[in-house]
Ligand binder design. Sequence first.
Ligand code: PEP
Ligand code: MN
Length: 369
Amino acid sequence: MIVVMRTGASERELAGVLAALAERGLTPHVSRGVERTVIGVLGPAGPSGVPGALPAITPDLGDHLEGLDGVESVLPVSKPYKLASREFHPEPTVVPVPSPTGAIAVGGQDVVMMAGPCTVESEEQLLAAARAAHASGARILRGGAYKPSTSPYGFRGMGATGLKLLARARAATGLAVVTEVMTPADVALVGEYADIFQIGARNMQNYYLLDEVGRAGKPVLLKRGLAATIEEWLLAAEYILAQGNPHVMLCERGIRTFERATRNTVDINAVPLVKQLSHLPVIVDPSQGTGKRSLVGAVALAAVAAGADGLIVEIHPHPDAALKDGAQSLALEQYAELVPRLRAVATAVGRGFETSKVTRSSTEKTTAP
Ligand code: PEP
Ligand code: MN
C-alpha cells in the first residue's frame, strides 16, 4: 500500500500517519519528493519471515488513513514487487559506491563507467586494464575472480588469488571494484574485497544468494537472467531489498532470443521501461549483450541515449589472448576512443559523465578532461 501525502503536508501530519501505521505493526518506507512525500507501507511478515508478505491494506484501514490530516490518498501497489517499484518509492535511488577516493553516486545525474577484463588472469593484465580504465574516466573496475563457465572445461577464474589482485589494482588506481559472487558461502570472503557484489545472469534466481547479499549490506549489481522477464528481474531485486539492503543496481546484459548472429539481444526497451517501473539505477553491459567487439561501442552509445545510469564494459590489453570473452573485449585503445563519444551522447541527453578525477567525494569532482 502507498500513502500519498498532500503537497505541503507538515512534519507533524507525517508523524501522525507513521504513528497510525506503527500501531498496526506495519512497516513504513518514507520517500520525500520535491513535490510530495509518499509512504510505502509493507504488511506484516508471512511464512517467509520478511515484512510485506501479507497485504497492508484493509478497507477499514484505508478509510482511517485517508481521514488523517495531510493524507491525499491511499492506494494499493499494483505490482508484485513492492520495494523495487516506482509507486512505492517515486524518487530515484542513488547508490553510494565506496571507493578509495570517495563515494561514487550511481543513479544520479552522472553516467558512471565500469570497465575491466571479463576475468582476472594475472597482475600484469589486470593492472594494465585498470590503469587504462582509470585514465579514460572509469570509476569502477570490473574483473571476475569466480567465473560462471557454460562448459566445465572453460576457465573458472583465479578465485581468492584473483580477489587479492583486485585489491592491489584498487589500491594502485583508486577505482572501486565490482566482482561476481557465485555462492552464499563466498559472500563473506568476496565482501572483503568487493565494493559491489555482482550477481551473474545465471544466478539471478538463486534466491539464497540474493538473501545473503541482501544481508551483507554492500551495493549489488544484479544482472538480468538469460531468459528472465522484467518482472522476474525486479522480483529478484525485491529479494535483496527485502533483506534491508536498498543499494541495488539492475544490469541489462542481453537476453536469449531466437537470434544467434549475436551472443545475446540487448533489450534496449528495458532501459526506459525499468526506469519507469522502478527507482533503481539501470546499468547496461554491451559486452555480454552483443558478444562482438565490433558492436560494443554502438550498443554502449545507444544505452546511454536510452537513459542508462552506467555501463559495464569488458576491456583487455590483449583481447585475442584473453582466457575468457576475448571476442567481446575492447582493446584498451578502443575503449579510450569510445569514452569521448559516450560523453558526447551523455551530454546530448542531459546527463553528466563521471570522471575518475575525484579527490574527496563524488560531489567535488573536477570537470571532464
Ligand atoms: C561477466 O560479466 O563476465 C558475466 C559472466 O556476466 P553475465 O552473468 O551477465 O553472463
Ligand atoms: Mn564476460
